[in-house]
Design a protein around this ligand. Structure first.
Ligand SMILES: Cc1cc2nc3c(=O)[nH]c(=O)nc-3n(C[C@H](O)[C@H](O)[C@H](O)COP(=O)(O)OP(=O)(O)OC[C@H]3O[C@@H](n4cnc5c(N)ncnc54)[C@H](O)[C@@H]3O)c2cc1C
Length: 286
């Protein structure tokens, strides 16, 4: 027996295979439930039948190796931030996980729930994982699919009947940073996010990755700015100027918490913030 049935419309599997078997019949995966239980606030019906995935040990695993970090999809924001606090390359991810939302939400909201909520544009973890070249594993009854973050974000609205099981992040000598702009009228949600990762070699910026979240409906890489900075010497003013001249790569979404034009307008300041942070991290690098 691999499953404990905790009610006619709620199943609590203890294996990934059990969870995949339990999906169907209109049941929805429920992790921390911080998004699902606010369905009425969004004018949506709450789920009538659920598959609770919090008792699957594999989804709670965190493995920190020489070359790669692997995170189970059920890891909460709080646990993620605690576990990775000693990994210098992933400071940006630790910042994202420890600044998102508020402490009670972070204690239960999971990595998988944050990445799988296609309707939520303001997620902190997706842009950071884009910048870190992370890959995700999505399991269905037909097998598992390995996707990079861009592929996953493009596909996630159409994925069903499966389970995000883990996220893998390659490690290296790079550094990462995360900047977000919350406004009081936006509650805990950031109106714009910039995540970045880079290496520094002979004072030149290398392997630059920059991703933007909350500005458009889906986070994505800022490819024009990455290309403009790659191989250039670190110069904070030049970096911010380049960002200022390339914000037209984005079309900000209008929302109750901020107009679209405002979301793009603040991007150069957020870029400046992440590159200042990166510079300080390189100054401290042994
Ligand atoms: C007040 C408040 C403030 C917030 N502020 C922020 C913020 O600043 N930054 C930020 O990033 N987020 C923020 N959030 C969003 C929060 O982080 C998400 O609600 C949370 O990450 C969702 O995780 P969960 O485990 O609760 O997911 P759930 O609510 O359980 O599920 C969310 C969705 O993901 C699906 N799902 C969950 N896990 C999986 C899986 N492993 N595989 C496939 N599908 C899955 C569910 O079926 C559901 O559709 C905020 C939320 C609240 C309530």
């Amino acid at each position: 027996m691999t499953e404990a049935n905790s009610g006619s419309d709620v199943l609590r599997p203890i294996t990934i295979a059990g969870a995949l078997d339990a999906l169907g019949g209109g049941r929805q995966i429920m992790a921390g439930a911080t998004w699902l239980m606010r369905a009425p606030v969004r004018g949506e019906a709450p789920p009538k039948a659920a598959v609770l995935i919090g008792s699957i040990p594999e989804l709670q695993q965190i493995s920190i190796g020489q070359d790669q970090v692997t995170l189970g999809a059920g890891v909460t924001h709080t646990k993620l931030a605690e576990a990775l606090a000693g990994v210098p390359a992933l400071k940006g991810l630790v910042t994202a996980a420890s600044r998102a939302a508020n402490p009670p939400i972070r204690a239960v909201a999971t990595l998988g729930g944050n990445l799988c909520t296609a309707a939520f544009a303001a997620g902190d973890l997706s842009p950071q994982l884009l910048a870190l070249d992370a890959r995700v594993t999505y399991a269905t009854k037909d097998g598992t699919q390995d996707m990079d973050m861009s592929q996953f974000l493009a596909a996630r609205g159409n994925l069903s009947g499966g389970l995000l099981t883990r996220v893998r992040i390659p490690l290296g000598n790079f550094r990462s940073a995360h900047a977000r702009l919350p406004l009081r009228k936006a509650g805990d949600y950031p109106v714009a996010i910039v995540s970045a990762r880079m290496d520094q070699n002979e004072s030149l910026m290398r392997r630059v990755r920059i991703a933007v979240g909350s500005v458009e409906a889906t986070p994505r890489r800022w490819s024009g700015l990455e290309a403009a900075l790659e191989g250039q010497p670190y110069d904070l003013k030049a970096i911010a100027d380049s960002a200022g001249s390339l914000t037209n790569e984005f079309t900000g979404r209008d929302g109750v918490e901020a107009d679209g034009w405002y979301r793009t307008k603040v991007l150069p300041a957020l870029v400046r913030q992440v590159f200042e942070d990166l510079s300080m991290q390189f100054a401290e690098r042994p």
